[in-house]
Ligand binder design. Structure first.
Ligand code: AMP
Length: 308
């Protein structure tokens, strides 16, 4: 069984979509990554921080999925990271209304002994210095280090982000963030520029338009499954990352060919995540449902064409 170390926010989210709004509910990058990765045969653990206001029922949701929380710090008297977002009618874009870092502001991550030899490290969205600190605590170089980030950190901690990017293998970001990071409109040019910054592999997520995987001159494309119901896109990117790294850690094969499969697994899980508010769908998701939809994915993209 592969070992997956996950870093990222464990949060309270408040979400508004054209279909309704929530109060403060369970969210955070590490939460979505962990729930997605729990679909695979991996031993996974989360490094993160929450405040005393974080309910035991949310801890139970993660522990019930066998996610190790020995590196989840609970700060006495502290408040949990809080994010509020509102989606536009197309559901592909959103405005961040509130980001309260709270306990995340002075978080010093401590990786438990048991995860210092993880095969795969998934550095989910949070401060790039925190992401780097986790890399530095590993006993040996993990087989694969994957990093996800967002415009917030490009705006607020760009030098630190550029530093941590040098040490990773795969960067996963969305199309707008790739453009912001490189000042290139063409995603192909942006991908070339990003590969020069450090990561040998790059995944550009395009929401309902699928995801692109780049490595040297090779490009692979996976569509997003056309869905009847898209309710709340929050966490789709993180769910993708959890499926991508969960699958790679479980198979132990980090070749480009297997990364193509990992992109399909990530896209497949993300298609479930958006069907209900917050983490709801991922909490109830069954292996059989995942497998069934993988077949749909295959059928969607398979064609026989005679080429001379
Ligand atoms: P995604 O929709 O994949 O971009 O991820 C949404 C999740 O990211 C939410 O659950 C938020 O709690 C979390 N999030 C929002 N802003 C930040 C931030 N600046 N740093 C880390 N996590 C964040």
């Amino acid at each position: 069984m592969g070992k997956l170390l996950i870093v990222g926010t464990v949060a309270f989210d408040e979400i508004e979509t054209p279909f309704g709004k929530t109060d403060k509910i369970l969210g955070g990058a590490a939460t979505f990554i962990g729930l997605a990765a729990s679909q695979y045969n991996v031993e996974s653990g989360i490094v993160s921080v929450v405040g005393e206001d974080f309910p035991q029922s949310y801890i139970n949701i993660l522990e019930d999925k066998n996610i190790d929380l020995s590196s989840l710090e609970v700060v006495k008297g502290g408040k949990t990271f809080y994010w509020k977002g509102k989606y536009h009618n197309d559901l592909n874009s959103r405005d961040t209304l509130v980001t309260e870092l709270n306990t995340l502001a002075d978080f010093n991550p401590v990786v438990s002994e048991a995860f210092k030899d993880a095969d795969v490290v998934m550095l989910g969205n949070l401060h790039p210095s925190t992401q780097l600190s986790v890399i530095n605590q590993m006993k040996k170089r993990p087989k694969l280090i994957v990093l996800d980030t967002m415009n917030f950190w490009m705006d607020n901690a760009l030098p630190e982000l550029m530093e941590v990017i040098k040490h990773i293998d795969v960067l996963t970001i969305n199309d707008e963030e790739a453009r912001q990071l490189t000042n290139e409109y063409s995603l192909v040019k942006a991908a070339k520029a990003i590969q020069k910054m450090g990561p040998k592999y790059l995944v550009i997520k395009k929401g309902e338009h699928g995801a692109l995987l780049f490595h040297k001159e090779e490009i692979f494309f996976a569509p997003a499954l056309p869905l009847e119901e898209v309710f709340d896109p929050t966490g789709a990117g993180d769910t993708f990352a959890g499926g991508f790294t969960g699958y790679l850690a479980a198979t132990g094969d980090i070749s480009f060919n297997n990364m193509k499969n990992a992109v399909i697994h990530g896209s497949n899980l993300a298609s479930f995540s958006v069907e209900q508010f917050g983490t709801e769908r991922m909490e109830s998701l069954k292996k059989e449902e995942v497998n069934k939809r993988l077949h749909q994915f295959k059928a969607l993209t398979q064609f026989d064409i005679e080429l001379k």
